[in-house]
Design a protein around this ligand. Structure first.
Ligand SMILES: *[C@@H]1O[C@H](CO)[C@@H](O)[C@H](O)[C@H]1NC(C)=O
Ligand SMILES: *[C@@H]1O[C@H](CO)[C@@H](O)[C@H](O)[C@H]1NC(C)=O
Ligand SMILES: *[C@@H]1O[C@H](CO)[C@@H](O)[C@H](O)[C@H]1NC(C)=O
Ligand SMILES: *[C@@H]1O[C@H](CO)[C@@H](O)[C@H](O)[C@H]1NC(C)=O
Ligand SMILES: *[C@@H]1O[C@H](CO)[C@@H](O)[C@H](O)[C@H]1NC(C)=O
Ligand SMILES: *[C@@H]1O[C@H](CO)[C@@H](O)[C@H](O)[C@H]1NC(C)=O
Length: 765
């Protein structure tokens, strides 16, 4: 509590005062909370499934690991699964056959409760499109084919096998208008054009892919009065692997094929994923009540195009050339003049899509664990824009290999069961708006929030050779220690074999672990349900890898087999790695989360956020009343200090808790040397520790959600509202600062403070 007398000598007496404050603050919470919490614990200990541990003669963890790894080292069927999954295109809601095949495989590998779970969702399908440069009198000066070239050596690239180039959820429309170049189409790009006096009203924006999620590019264009958007991938964004630098194009070489097009959805991902007509609830029947989807869908049409076909269009632009280097790509023959054109040179953009409510199919299966109220989920989507060997079928192939590995543990040790139930999920309609995962999680909300300890996501498991990790911080340590157990599939330049861990530390990622934003199926689990999540894959991250033809018709089996992962070694490595992580989370007695990393990470995020606070705020009075009692309206600065102090206490408690937790696991590892009563005592402690770990992340949800996008409920992580894929840290606080809303920022820091205090108390009890 901040007392009036304590406020003034802030500078001189900072640290002792802070400590007093935070303890008084925490104690306020402790009493009532502790009573509730402990009585709950006692009641539940009696009926806990944990007692089954006493009777269970378990296979040792090392034995499980050995059985798992041995199978994957001896046999690798990833190529077989990839071939099957990429055989035909399977746009969301169009391939029940592949869902049924997946179901059959799940059953064959011994999963139980295997089912196909349908949802009835609002989707768009491409019908027709045209893009032409026309004169004032409508004469066609140039017409783009909007098609990708057929590659003779790969029949699956032939046109009768491919999905048209289009944007999922793009508006139907036929517009003819002058056009201009808008760089990456970011908020700041459109704002720069506006401040430079470029008239964008009623015109078509040509933007390049990159930096942010494509749907937001359309949103920003629409907000600046544009009537259409054309999107292309500039060779300048191919990390130097370009024909200009002497690289041959696919299939002769690693450079992007000049006709390749990136499809993809343009719904506003950062405003809430899932079926846009059922925000926050499940589309579990065809006649569920539906809302107006245009809060998250654009009203203007857009089309994707190849760099070869956009060039003649961009070459029509005259006028100023931007001084900023980042506005200039590497399209040969275009000087990056912004335009706009006048009515003598207009674009005619025609886009026709059919919108309807259609079934999609999630496939689910499980391995029953000893504890029925603790679950780990591993998921990967199945739908794709084309054949899509990388996105997502490298994930689908890897997932089947993981299941096969788990089947091998069971075959080697017939009495084996994981401690926790594992659910394997093959989601549909991820590409449009993470729909399969979101609808399922909204449908099962109560049960998932009660039972799930972690969600592991794979999407593009392999598209390059650099390991990428996006993690909830509680998982950082586990992912690093597991990476030490797996070999990296390539030798170093000096011919040395290294572990995946060494690769991660010394390779392109330099040991840097990403946070999660959005763009794949983990979003609902982490940001809506508060379940620790991870997302892993081998990505292109240097000019040593071939360019990944993301969402293009060249992301095919032939490309994977000949260029990206000959021998499917990276698939195999990913199956070993993620499978071992899954084994840890499902079968180690103590849930292997590292709370300390979470605490210090949050403190780091808070410190970074403070750098964006306007200086004059610090001396401003707040109307913060929660702990005033003997004083109200403390300065903003006092609130910040209190939060720092609370975070330091949280870190301290986390270190203690993690130590306690690790020692408990060490004792449990010597299970066979323990007496019965020792086992009873350890089981009680184990249950108590796991209960706290299981729900730790859940406490970081704020039911009110973020401003204008209340679906996002996590107070630490969200999809960036102006970026989509990239994560926003402490989103509500950040956004309040960005929007210059002082009172909001105070309120949100207050919520953070309360949460930290609550979690600290839980660790103490
Ligand atoms: C995998 O493919 C190889 C080569 O085509 C074949 O010999 C093998 O039988 C297949 N294995 C399975 C399990 O499908
Ligand atoms: C595509 O066309 C080729 C050659 O015309 C033909 O052999 C093949 O069966 C066709 N594929 C499909 C899926 O129709
Ligand atoms: C689009 O509109 C123009 C002008 O109104 C018209 O001439 C053209 O036929 C339309 N295109 C399509 C494909 O309907
Ligand atoms: C850029 O290229 C266009 C078309 O080739 C040309 O008309 C224009 O003058 C060029 N702009 C500059 C500043 O060189
Ligand atoms: C954040 O800032 C506080 C106060 O300046 C400092 O004590 C703490 O170590 C910092 N923590 C991190 C993780 O940056
Ligand atoms: C603080 O001020 C904001 C904005 O003026 C207001 O919405 C909020 O209710 C106030 N809070 C309290 C506790 O008075």
């Amino acid at each position: 509590m901040i007392g009036a007398d304590e406020r003034t000598p802030l500078i001189e007496e900072q640290s002792p005062r802070k400590r007093v404050n935070v303890w008084r603050y925490i104690s306020l919470f402790s009493v009532g909370f502790a009573i509730l919490y402990l009585s709950h614990q006692v009641a539940f200990s009696v009926v806990s499934p944990y007692w089954k541990l006493l009777l269970h003669d378990s296979v040792s963890f090392v034995q499980m690991e050995e059985a798992y790894i041995k199978t994957l080292q001896e046999t690798n069927y990833a190529r077989n699964w990839s071939l099957k999954y990429t055989e035909h295109p399977h746009l969301a809601g169009t391939a029940l056959g592949l869902a049924e095949w997946t179901q059959t495989q799940f059953k064959e590998f011994g999963l139980t409760n295997v089912e196909i779970k349908p949802y009835y969702v609002y989707l768009s399908f491409p019908m027709d499109h045209l893009l032409s440069v026309v004169s004032k009198h409508g004469k066609v000066l140039y017409r783009a084919s909007l098609e990708e070239d057929e590659i003779p050596e790969d029949p699956s690239s032939w046109r009768n096998n491919s999905v048209p180039t289009f944007h999922g959820y793009s508006a139907s429309g036929n517009v003819t208008a002058p056009f201009f170049y808008a760089n990456y189409g970011r908020k700041e790009d459109f704002e720069k054009l506006a401040s430079d006096g470029i008239d964008m009203d009623g015109k078509i924006a040509i933007v390049r892919y990159g930096y942010i999620y494509r749907g937001l590019k359309v949103k920003f264009a629409q907000e600046h009065g544009c009537v259409g958007v054309v999107m292309y991938l500039d060779p300048g964004d191919d990390l130097g692997v370009t024909p200009a630098n002497g690289f041959k194009q696919y299939p002769e070489g690693p450079a992007r094929h000049e006709s390749s097009v990136q499809r993809g959805s343009v719904m506003y991902l950062s405003y809430g994923p899932g079926d846009p007509t059922t925000p926050g609830y499940a589309s579990n029947s065809p006649d569920v009540e539906r809302q107006d989807p245009y809060k998250v869908l654009p009203c203007i049409p857009s089309l994707p195009i190849s760099y070869r076909e956009v060039l003649p269009i961009l070459q029509q632009l005259k006028g100023p050339i931007p001084k900023e280097k980042e506005w200039i790509g590497e399209l040969p023959g275009y000087n990056y003049s912004i335009g706009p054109t006048d009515i003598s040179t207009q674009l005619n953009l025609y886009n026709y899509q059919k919108y309807n409510v259609t079934p999609i199919w999630n496939v689910l299966g499980e391995i029953k664990g000893i504890f029925d109220d603790e679950v780990v989920i591993i998921g990967n989507h199945r739908d794709s824009w084309a054949g899509s060997a990388g996105d997502p079928n490298s994930g689908s192939a890897t997932m089947l290999e993981i299941i096969r590995g788990f089947q091998a543990i069971k075959r080697t040790h017939p009495e084996w069961k994981p401690l926790r139930t594992i659910i394997f999920a093959s989601f549909d309609a991820e590409e449009q708006a993470l729909i399969g995962s979101t609808e399922w999680a909204e449908d099962m909300l109560k049960s998932l929030q009660k039972k799930v300890i972690a969600y592991l996501n794979m999407d593009v498991a392999v598209s390059g050779s650099a390991l990428m990790l996006g993690l909830s911080p509680v998982l950082n340590k586990l992912l690093m220690s597991t990476a030490k157990k797996v070999a990296y599939p390539k030798l170093t330049e000096s011919g040395k074999g290294i572990t995946l861990y060494e690769h991660y530390q010394t390779g392109p990622m330099k040991g840097q672990i990403d946070i999660l934003g959005s763009g794949s199926d983990f979003t609902v689990f982490l940001e809506h349900l508060g379940i620790p999540s991870l997302d892993v894959g081998f990505e292109t991250n240097s000019n040593k890898d071939p360019v990944y033809h993301y969402h293009s018709n060249y992301d095919l089996f032939y490309w994977m087999d000949t260029m990206a992962d000959p021998g499917f070694k990276f698939h195999n490595t990913m199956a070993q790695y993620l499978g071992l992580v899954l084994l840890e989370l499902s079968s180690r007695e103590v849930i292997n989360f590292d709370v300390t990393t979470y605490a210090t990470s949050i403190h780091g995020y808070f410190n970074d956020t403070l750098k964006t606070v306007p200086k004059e705020w610090f001396k401003k009075r707040t109307n913060f009343t929660l702990i005033h009692r003997n004083h109200d309206n403390p300065h903003f600065e006092d609130l910040v200090d209190l939060t720092h102090a609370a975070l330091l206490v949280f870190t301290k408690m986390s270190i203690k808790f993690d130590k306690y937790k690790e020692q408990l696991q060490l004792r449990l590892d010597k299970n066979d040397k323990l007496s019965f009563w020792e086992k009873v005592w350890l089981t009680l402690r184990l249950k108590h520790v796991n209960f706290r770990l299981k729900y730790l992340e859940r406490h970081f949800l704020n039911n009110a959600g973020l401003k204008d996008r209340s679906w996002f409920k996590h107070i630490i992580f969200a999809s960036g509202r102006h970026t989509g894929y990239e994560g926003q840290l402490l989103p509500a606080i950040r956004e309040a600062i960005e929007d210059n809303m002082f009172e909001d920022a105070v309120l949100q820091i207050n919520i953070l403070l309360k949460t930290i205090a609550k979690v600290t108390v839980i660790l103490l009890l």
